[in-house]
Design a protein. Structure first.
Length: 165
C-alpha cells in the first residue's frame, strides 16, 4: 500500500511541533476541572496554608502517631532521610540532606549541623551558618488511613506549612 505524498513531506520539526501543540491542549484541558473526564487522584495540597489532607494510598511514609513528637525535639527517619519536628503550629517534615553537598545533617543542641563543612540550620530549616545559603527542603505531611502521620518526600511545601494534629 502506497502512502499519500503529504505524509512523506512532513519534516521532523513540523511533526514535533504538532505533537507539542497536542500535548499543550491536552494539558490545558486536564487543568479545566469541570467534570466529564477521567480524574487522577492528586497528592494532598495545603489546606489554608497550615495543614495537609489525607495521605494517598501509596507514596507516604508512616511515621507513627502525632503524640510521639515533642516540641523542639526533631525525630530522624533513616527511611526517607528526613526529620519530623513539632512546634507551636503543628508538625512539619524536612530533609536531612545538607543543601551544600548533600551530607546528612544531625541534631546538635538546638540546631541541625552538617558534619562535612559545618553548615548549621535552625529546626525550621533556615540557614544559620556555614557554606550554604539555601534552607532545608520541607516535605508534605498528611494523615494516614489508620490515623497516623505520613510524610510525602515526593512533594515539597513552603516552610510555613504545618500539619495540625
Amino acid at each position: 500500500m502506497k502512502r499519500p505524498e503529504a505524509l512523506l513531506t512532513v519534516s521532523r520539526r513540523q511533526f514535533c511541533g504538532s505533537i507539542a501543540g497536542c500535548l499543550g491542549i491536552a494539558t490545558i484541558a486536564a487543568c479545566g476541572g469541570g467534570g466529564g473526564g477521567t480524574t487522577v487522584d492528586a497528592p494532598p495540597q495545603p489546606i489554608d496554608g497550615t495543614a495537609m489532607g489525607t495521605c494517598p494510598a501509596t507514596g507516604a511514609t508512616d511515621v507513627g502517631t502525632a503524640s510521639t513528637f515533642m516540641t523542639g525535639k526533631p525525630v530522624y527517619f533513616q527511611q526517607g532521610n528526613f526529620f519530623v519536628v513539632r512546634d507551636s503550629g503543628g508538625l512539619y517534615a524536612l530533609t536531612a540532606r545538607c543543601t551544600h553537598q548533600g551530607v546528612t545533617v544531625g541534631v546538635s543542641g538546638s540546631q541541625f549541623l552538617c558534619p562535612a563543612h559545618g553548615a548549621t540550620f535552625s529546626f525550621t530549616g533556615a540557614v544559620t551558618g556555614g557554606p550554604t545559603s539555601t534552607p532545608l527542603v520541607h516535605y508534605a505531611m498528611c494523615t494516614t488511613a489508620n490515623g497516623h502521620v505520613g510524610v510525602q518526600t515526593s512533594m515539597t511545601v513552603a516552610s510555613t506549612v504545618r500539619l495540625n494534629v
